[in-house]
Design a protein around this ligand. Structure first.
Ligand code: GLC
Length: 425
């Protein structure tokens, strides 16, 4: 077994190759589904209401996923322009959604022999989506799930249990692309979780797997949660669909808080410009259905990505310098994309601060050329259509192609009262 230092050196060496598809993917679907979905009062239900294990276990009798529920998730993910999915195979409640020998408390044994993980994997493969398994370290069902913090033998037993269930996940279902750990509590160090040794063994089972940073090791990517925070490493912002709960909440009540297509696209822009990914969650309903409030927004986002996705997927470059105001931007090499939400009236608009020479301007989705004048650092676009050319989400990408492959924006740098050339006449 490698030391932590040597292990981290080893996985860093293969990271670019393993992460290539993930860095280009940009957009994935998170699915929270489990016994908590039956009740629909948040995925932390057992803790929030201090439900004793014996009482909570009874929910298994009411857990009746409809046939093809995972296929419904995958079909929508594909339609939404998502490239991968992550399923909660076992959440903090400790209930496994697969035919597990290590954990008899599972959907196969207790809910009509449903191996939902198998169904999920089959659906992802049908729709050509990469496959991620969320695996909680915290466990409110296993007798050592809490005792492990107070007692060495319990910790060793619990470490073995966690590794056994993750070994099942990584050996019973073919090629798996992401292992998504969550809440490494109550043990509070990689040593206590035996993460370095466990992850070495798990990586041997799936050499191309990508692992997140929630096992007290940095591993392959950071996971800012419910916020989009650009990190100086690979990162993926995981977001609920409503800012409130990962697990299912009553759709009527959740609807006013659920994201619109525009809100999702603006999150996607921040991830695109920041060089990270957006993992957007659906909390599946008690029977596994996609919550209705997610269908139209995700379908609209998918239609928009069909037209504009080339500027969103794939390698991105940070914008050098400031870009603020009503129109936020992203960049790929010498092309800067203005994500115009509020379409300018009067047929013209101006972008300032760009120090590079502008070669062309166009409506990205249609290729329609835009006239422009550039004086020093001011670019005036004229002859614009009166309405936003984007009929899908009222969000038009304007492509500005510069002569320099690394155009810099110096919005305030050339201040002297913004010089003298007049463009507004
Ligand atoms: C937090 C929550 C957990 C959820 C996870 C998703 O860890 O505790 O319920 O699954 O975020 O990132």
């Amino acid at each position: 077994m490698l030391s932590k230092r040597d292990y981290e050196k080893q996985i860093a060496a293969s990271r670019d190759k393993r992460m290539k598809w993930w860095r280009n993917a940009r957009f994935g679907m998170f699915v929270h589904y489990g016994l908590h979905s039956v009740v629909g009062r948040h995925e932390w239900l057992q803790a929030l209401e201090h439900v004793p294990v014996k009482e909570y276990e009874k929910l298994a009798k009411q857990f009746k996923p409809k046939p093809d529920a995972p296929r419904e998730w995958a079909k929508l993910a594909k339609k939404a322009g998502m490239k991968y999915m992550v399923l909660t195979t076992r959440h903090h409640e400790g209930f496994s959604l697969w035919n597990s020998k290590a954990n008899p408390y599972n959907s196969y044994n207790l809910c009509g022999q449903r191996d939902l993980v198998q169904e999920f994997v089959d659906a992802c493969r049908e729709f050509n989506l990469k496959i991620g398994f969320y695996s909680s370290l915290m466990d409110w069902h296993h007798p050592d799930g809490w005792e492990c913090a107070n007692n060495r033998d319990a910790r060793i037993r619990f470490n073995d249990y966690i590794e056994a269930i993750n070994t099942e996940l990584l050996t019973q279902y073919g090629k798996i692309d992401i292992l998504w750990y969550d809440v490494a509590q109550p043990l509070r160090s990689w040593e206590a979780w035996n993460s370095v040794e466990m992850n070495q063994r798990l990586r041997k089972l799936q050499p191309d797997i990508i692992i997140n940073n929630r096992c007290w090791l940095d591993e392959d990517f950071g996971t800012p949660e419910e916020k989009i925070k650009v990190e100086n490493r690979d990162w993926e912002a995981c977001m609920t669909f409503n800012g409130i709960s990962w697990g299912y909440l009553d759709s009527e009540q959740a609807l006013p808080y659920s994201y619109s297509p525009q809100q999702i696209l603006m999150m996607l822009r921040e991830c695109t410009e920041g060089g990270g990914n957006l993992l957007l969650n659906i909390g599946a309903m008690p029977d596994g259905s996609v919550p209705p409030e997610a269908i139209e927004p995700l379908t609209t986002v998918g239609k928009w990505l069909k037209k504009n996705g080339k500027a969103v997927y794939g390698k991105q470059d940070r914008i050098n310098g400031w870009h603020t105001g009503a129109t936020k931007m992203s960049r790929q090499g010498n092309k800067v994309y203005a994500w115009v939400q509020i379409w300018p009236q009067g047929g013209k608009t101006c972008f300032a601060g760009w120090e590079a020479k502008l070669k062309s301007a166009k409506i990205f989705a249609t290729g329609e050329k835009i006239e422009f004048t550039q004086k020093d650092t001011r670019i005036l676009l004229t002859g614009l259509p009166s309405e936003s050319p984007d009929p899908i989400a009222n969000l038009t990408l304007v492509e500005l192609e510069f002569c320099s492959k690394d155009p810099k924006n110096n919005l305030l740098g050339n201040n002297p009262q913004f010089k003298g050339n007049s463009l507004w006449s």
